[in-house]
Design a protein around this ligand. Structure first.
Ligand SMILES: Nc1nc2c(ncn2[C@@H]2O[C@H](COP(=O)(O)OP(=O)(O)OP(=O)(O)O)[C@@H](O)[C@H]2O)c(=O)[nH]1
Length: 357
């Protein structure tokens, strides 16, 4: 594989995109009511005790999975502002299991009216027929109000199932949900299914995908990561939101859970070492900052390379040890990637504050 300078390729330069850069994930412009610059909203819905609050607390508040055993049932909507980094910036609404959207007093129009995603959580360890009925009534109601909303189904608590059972449960839930939609004339409604558990990385991976579907600049960042890996002989590269450890984007090679977990562990190690041994700047809460970087060599001939590329945004790469001999080129290419991301931030800022010149 050639090790060229990443900057030789014009893609590293966001100026190749016009000011009104308007790329959508599916290549088609989305009609109103969704303003693409509006802050997205993610709704967590599902029956009582399906695991909604646990998901929110484990992913965004660092609660340990075992502590969720003591969570009490919620009776009101819990709204949270998630502002971790430039790309992880949305409202998260955790809705109580008993919410009834057919009640004329419910604010379904307000709830579903904005750009965002609806995550429906199904407890896979329980009888899921009632959950499927609720899923159907919820998504069809939301779709009528806002056809642009993205629908995600978390087949949750899979830690209690055997490997065979997981596949069979996913197949059955998928089939029944799609049949119900087709029978009522909603064939065009798309549901994305994820197998999740708070006891492993699957919940972080699933949430990463939910957030990625809401990112209008995702194809651009993926393109940059593809250029980075091909020009630096890297096997796999992820752009991470360091706070939540969700990956915001990755190159186009397939994601395997082991690589993702390895990169998550590396972030933990770097943050812990920074806290314990790092020298803080005045006023800084942690020594982990925009200049942090780290290299970890594993005893199986693999190297992990981390570099902060924005505020709490880090690129984490996996590469073979023999390809790390030209470290200078890799570091240089990662810097070019960082510059391109910084230019993207400027463009995003200009779009959200048109007065900025
Ligand atoms: N085994 C297992 N248990 C889970 C998982 N996620 C959540 N739970 C458990 O499920 C129970 C209910 O979780 P909650 O998060 O309170 O569920 P909820 O959907 O918010 O419930 P309501 O507030 O009643 O709507 C808790 O005892 C959690 O520990 C999971 O991935 N695996």
């Amino acid at each position: 594989m050639g090790k060229n300078s990443f900057e030789d390729q014009n893609f590293a330069d966001t100026s190749t995109f016009s000011e009104d850069f308007d790329y959508k994930g599916n290549g088609t412009p989305e009609p109103p009511p969704n303003d693409e610059n509006a802050r997205p909203r993610i709704l967590l819905m599902g029956l009582r005790r399906s695991g909604k609050s646990s998901i929110s607390k484990v992913v965004f508040q660092k609660m340990s999975p075992n502590e969720t055993l003591f969570l009490e049932t919620s009776n009101k909507i819990v709204k949270e502002n998630i502002r971790n980094s430039a790309f992880v910036d949305f409202e998260l609404w955790d809705l109580p299991g008993q919410t009834d959207f057919f009640d004329p007093n419910s604010d379904a129009d307000i709830m579903f009216g904005l750009r965002g995603s609806l995550i429906f959580v199904i407890d896979a360890q329980d009888d899921y027929i009632e959950a499927l009925n609720k899923l159907h009534s919820t998504v069809t109601k939301a779709y009528k109000i806002n056809p642009n909303i993205k629908f995600e189904v978390f087949i949750h608590k899979i830690d209690g199932l055997t490997e065979d059972n997981k596949i069979e449960t996913q197949r059955d839930i998928h089939q029944r949900a799609m049949d119900d939609l087709s029978d009522s004339g909603f064939d065009q409604l798309q549901l994305n299914f994820h197998l999740t558990s708070i006891y492993d990385h699957s919940i972080f991976e699933a949430f990463s995908k939910v957030v990625q579907r809401l990112m209008i600049y995702l194809p651009f960042i993926e393109n940059l990561l593809n250029l980075l890996i091909t020009n630096s002989a890297i096997e796999k590269a992820f752009l991470f939101d360091v706070v939540s450890k969700m990956y915001i984007a990755t190159d186009s090679t397939p994601v395997d859970m082991q690589s993702y977990e390895l990169c998550c562990d590396m972030i933990d190690v770097v943050i812990d070492i920074s806290w314990i041994y790092g020298v803080k700047d005045d006023n800084a809460s942690s020594a982990y900052d925009d200049y942090s970087s780290s290299v970890i060599k594993l005893n199986n001939g693999t190297v992990l390379f981390l570099r902060e590329v924005g505020h709490y945004l880090a690129v984490v790469c996996i590469l073979r040890e023999e390809n790390f001999d030209r470290r200078g080129i890799i570091t240089y290419n990662v810097l070019c990637f960082r510059n391109a991301i910084q230019q993207l931030f400027e463009l995003m800022n200009k779009k959200s504050n048109p007065e900025i010149k």
